[in-house]
Design a protein around this ligand. Structure first.
Ligand SMILES: Nc1ncnc2c1ncn2[C@@H]1O[C@H](COP(=O)(O)OP(=O)(O)OP(=O)(O)O)[C@@H](O)[C@H]1O
Ligand SMILES: [Mg+2]
Length: 279
């Protein structure tokens, strides 16, 4: 494995030797990842490599067979009692498909009020905070009154992002949050994530099967292959000079990336290829 140190002793996320199984099938084989405060680590790998298993383990819904996860100093599999509350403040998962996690009979305002205060959800009482978070994800305040089916896929994903951020978790896990979207909407959401990283100083694990997507929002990237980390390092280096054969294979499936061979290339891709061959 190619290992470059991910800097900072003070990790917001500290994953050590994580092993996770479904029954007898081991899916993660000793995964270790650190995320420093305010940084984003991208996790990339093909379908079935264990990305969502990692995400579910980090939010505490799966228990590891071995290893540990500390988020903001909290061992997420050891907290008891007020566990739910602690976890909600500590780590939030933004899912791939917000449609299935939004109740079709409730307005966006209701959904956000509930995220803020599950026991006493009340849109009126939380109005200012809801408007603030809608504006943060660049949605108009009127979105509050809409039902999920009245929103586009991109709008629903913005709502899911707002919901994930509004409790100010120490760490955000984004699992394939753009893969269900059209390419143009995908670009908008990535742009939003990039802005929010800067504005809010997010600490994030950003998961995608697409290395080009991961590169746009990540400081460091880890490449997962069948539940093993085969390569990790700065996002730019992984994208432009992948060292592991599997990473190069992932890159080959990315349009516009070095080595991707289709006609015709647009100007951006041409420039990118020229830049790359000049290195
Ligand atoms: N609930 C489950 N029970 C049994 N096996 C599972 C379960 N969930 C996932 N798996 C298996 O674990 C492996 C990793 O799955 P996982 O969903 O973590 O992959 P992934 O990288 O998120 O894939 P994708 O890109 O398709 O979302 C796969 O072989 C999958 O079939
Ligand atoms: Mg998945």
């Amino acid at each position: 494995m190619t290992e470059e140190p991910i800097t900072d002793e003070q990790s917001a996320v500290r994953i050590r030797d994580l092993e996770v199984s479904y029954g007898t099938a081991r899916v993660l084989h000793g995964v270790s990842i650190d995320v420093a405060p305010g940084r984003t680590v991208g996790v990339v790998g093909e379908s079935g490599s264990g990305k969502s298993t990692l995400a579910r383990t980090l939010v505490g819904s799966l228990r590891p067979a071995a290893g540990s996860v500390r988020i903001a100093g909290v061992d997420v599999h050891a907290v008891r009692g007020a566990r739910r509350k602690v976890l909600r403040r500590t780590v939030q998962l933004i899912p791939q498909d917000p449609y299935s996690s939004l109740d079709p009979r409730r307005t966006i305002g209701d959904a956000l009020a509930e995220a803020l205060d599950p026991r006493r959800a009340n849109v009126k009482r939380h109005r200012d905070e809801i408007v603030h978070w809608l504006e943060t994800v660049r949605l108009p305040a009127e979105t509050m009154a809409k039902y999920p089916h009245e929103c586009s896929g991109g709008q629903r994903q913005r709502v899911a992002i707002a919901r994930g951020l509004m409790l100010r978790p120490a760490v955000v896990i984004a699992d394939e949050i753009t893969s269900a979207l059209d390419v143009s909407v995908q670009a908008e959401i990535l742009d939003l994530i990039a802005r929010l990283r800067a504005e809010l100083g997010l600490t994030m694990l950003f998961i995608s099967h697409n290395l080009a997507v991961v590169r746009q929002v990540s400081d460091e990237v880890v490449v997962l292959y069948h539940g093993d980390i085969v390569e990790k390092g700065p996002a730019e280096r992984i994208y432009t000079r992948p060292e592991h054969a599997y990473t190069r294979k992932l890159l080959d499936s990315v349009p516009g990336a070095p080595g991707f061979d289709i006609e015709p290339l647009d100007d951006d891709a041409r420039t990118e290829l020229a830049d790359w061959s000049a290195r």
